[in-house]
Write a protein that binds this ligand. Sequence first.
Ligand code: GLV
Length: 333
Amino acid sequence: MVNATPALPRVFVTRRLPEPAMSRLYEAPLVLDLWPEAEPPPYDNLRRRVAGCQGLLCLLTDRIDEGVLDAAGPALRVVSQMAVGVDNIDLAACTRRGIPVGHTPGVLTEATADLAVALMLATARRLVEAANDVKAGRWRTWDPMGWVGPDLHGSTVGIVGLGRIGAAVARRLRGFAVRLLYHNPRPSPFADEVGATWVPWETLLAASDFLTLHCPYSPATHHLINAAALAQMKPTAILINTARGGVVDQEALLQALRAGQIAAAGLDVTTPEPLPPDHPLLSLPNVVVLPHIGSASLSARRRMAEMAVDNLLAGLAGERLPHCANPEVYEKK
Ligand code: GLV
């Protein structure tokens, strides 16, 4: 007798997800292959596990390139990433092969904006340095000049990339009575609402007390903050990066911090991630490095995982992804 039941699609998921997304995957009509480790699958394992799959649910720690797409083969119908940024995925290659790529915009905007402001305060008011000094017994007495730093209140904040996250940062900063400047390739639709003024790139660099990065990472923004840019910043300026490590030339940043060309840096993202524990940036008292936790609020991570499952299931069903990073894929069909 011929079995007419269509085979269930196979899906490789590169890490355990928060609930309820994980349970939805277990209950969905699919054959689930879940990478069980706490660290990402090494590239060769990723290629082996994705072979013959119809769906791939991945994270920003997985490199999804031609090699992975070749290994997956022609059955692959959807790549769904639990992140808004998709610079780890060769989008053009996916589009050429007719594969839609899902991502998770919107739901991590507020959490990431919170973290950017937290880093501004942490670096300016030297929170980590001061807390470490207390723990190490270096706090002897209240000191008129102890752990002093610049005010965020009343400062000039330069936003690189006034998109969803940049605008959410700007809204928070209105409570700090800052002057808001921004630079985008094109005027931002958020500028009027948040009261930010577009200025040329050189003006942004020269005028900002805090320069906060919220642009996507692409060949156009690779090492946007390089030695030339850092040289134009104030010696009192603080650089905040919650975007992607590659937007900053880290070697140039290290030199600028050592030379006192800028005052401090708050980095949620680096190259590589994680930084080796003996990396010189980690030994500077005026640098706060976090483990890429911009979206790490309970609700943001839960919603990101749910959105990633929504995108995956839509792709497996041959439906348009609710949040597609390469919508041009549908124009070809
Ligand atoms: C986090 O960095 C993301 O892109 O979602």
